[in-house]
Design a protein around this ligand. Structure first.
Ligand code: IMP
Ligand code: MG
Length: 419
């Protein structure tokens, strides 16, 4: 029988994250059993502090159990049997983990900041758990030794959609702090330009700050920009007018990427372009088609805005058509909803992150963190980074700043422990 739930679920799986939904479901039980909504009009019995202590204990126990289930999955990964883990049965879409997740400690940490256990009417939400997973991830990374590489998405992660990284951006001093501690930085963005000048225009706040900083010339080299998902690579260069120089392809391109044929690239982009044109026509979109070397997209004509539904429809059609084409099985591509545009790029961010890892001499996945805003399973471009490294899913540039502060705080705690 096809229930309404099933129909909706089938149509919306791409908008759900199964791991987050599963954890949310687990935490709903202690919420239902221990929260005390009637206490607001029947002020007898337990105080809110007592309730919160009791509820926190239950939530934290569950997070400890989830942590163990993740560890069991990691043990299965080591023996190549991850498809048989208990977690895989519970959350079929779950992929591999590069590090354990400190979920118990991260819950206590987030609860002290978000007062999840104090809530009587609002159960642990998608955002609570998304942030909890981010904290658990960075805790494990910091505890596991130096964080060697952090890659950032651009739009929505470092600056607002379509904007630029300007000098007053609060992420700048925090990125510089990471660099001062020896962490390498990559900016892995979909924005695809062939010239350094365009990247300087988008990122000048950071590049100028780095240029005038007291970091050693060697440390300043620890910043690269990978654009068009994984198509262009530039490194910081103080002696160049745009403060960026292209990196020779031999220094960053992975062997597999060398096999991508020009004829396949053209064929894939032709199919994508035809699909975009068709949807623009059918949905009466007031759009301009943009065709580039390694991408094709639609952007709104001045003064127009596309609805979320139209953007998603456009992406899902292009994705499906490309999935079903022969060339789509030979060549990696990424179709995504950029907020008010849709692009199909050659390659994806897993290749972008791996290119950074390679450029910096072979950094491991377990020592790399990618921070981005697009982690839905279809129509989102940061999602693929999960194949190459650990990730943090943020929802705004302000959350990126918070995450970087969290890394600093955890790092300082770790240093104090060592002393
Ligand atoms: P990101 O969030 O940094 O990955 O940037 C995504 C945005 O970059 C898209 O929404 C587009 O507005 C913009 N963009 C510019 N050029 C390209 C391109 O060649 N491919 C994809 N996106 C592009
Ligand atoms: Mg983004």
């Amino acid at each position: 029988m096809t229930t309404r739930y099933r129909v909706e679920y089938a149509l919306k799986t791409h908008r759900r994250d199964q791991l987050i939904e599963w954890i949310k479901g687990l935490l709903a039980v202690p919420f239902v059993l221990h929260s005390q909504p009637t206490a607001v009009f029947e002020p007898r019995g337990e105080t809110v502090d007592q309730m919160a202590t009791q509820t926190q204990k239950r939530y934290a126990e569950i997070m400890r159990d989830v942590e163990d289930i993740v560890n069991d999955h990691i043990n299965h990964q080591r023996t190549g049997t991850h498809n048989r883990s208990k977690l895989k049965l519970l959350v079929p879409s779950v992929a591999n983990f590069f590090t354990p997740l400190a979920l118990h400690d991260a819950f206590i940490w987030q609860d002290q900041r978000r007062f999840i256990s104090y809530r009587r009417f609002v159960p642990p939400s998608f955002n609570d758990i998304r942030l909890l997973l981010n904290t658990a991830q960075v805790m494990s990374l910091v505890r596991g030794g130096p964080l060697e590489l952090v890659t950032f998405d651009g739009d929505v992660t470092l600056y607002d959609d379509g904007q630029s990284l300007t000098p007053e951006n609060p992420a700048i001093p925090r990125i510089m702090r990471l660099m001062r501690n020896g962490t390498r930085i990559g900016i892995v963005t979909a924005a695809g330009y062939t010239e350094a000048r365009r990247y300087y225009e988008r990122l000048h706040g950071l590049l100028d700050a780095l240029h005038v900083s007291d970091l050693t010339p060697a440390s300043k080299q620890n910043l690269v920009i990978v654009g068009g998902e994984s198509n262009y690579c530039f490194r910081f260069a103080g002696d160049s007018p745009d403060l960026l120089k292209p990196v020779p392809r031999k220094d960053w391109l992975l062997d597999e990427m060398r096999l991508w044929k020009e004829s396949d690239i053209t064929e894939l982009l032709d199919i994508a372009e035809a699909s975009l044109r068709d949807t623009v026509k059918n949905m009466r979109m007031v759009a301009t088609i943009v065709r580039k070397d390694r991408a094709v997209g639609i952007i709104p004509q001045p003064g127009h805005k596309f609805s979320r539904e139209t953007l998603e429809e456009t992406v899902l059609i292009a994705q499906k058509i490309l999935d079903m084409s022969d060339v789509g099985s030979r060549l990696p591509f990424c179709a995504f909803n950029g907020g008010n545009d849709v692009f199909v790029d050659i390659g994806d961010k897993s290749w972008g992150v791996m290119a950074c890892q390679r450029f910096f001499g072979g950094i491991e996945a377990a020592k790399t963190l990618h921070v981005g805003d697009q982690f839905l399973s279809a129509g989102a471009n940061d999602f693929k980074a999960r194949l190459a490294c650990t990730t943090a899913w943020i929802a705004s540039p302000a959350e990126t700043v918070q995450l970087l502060d969290e890394i600093t705080e955890l790092d300082e705690m770790q240093q104090r422990k060592k002393r």
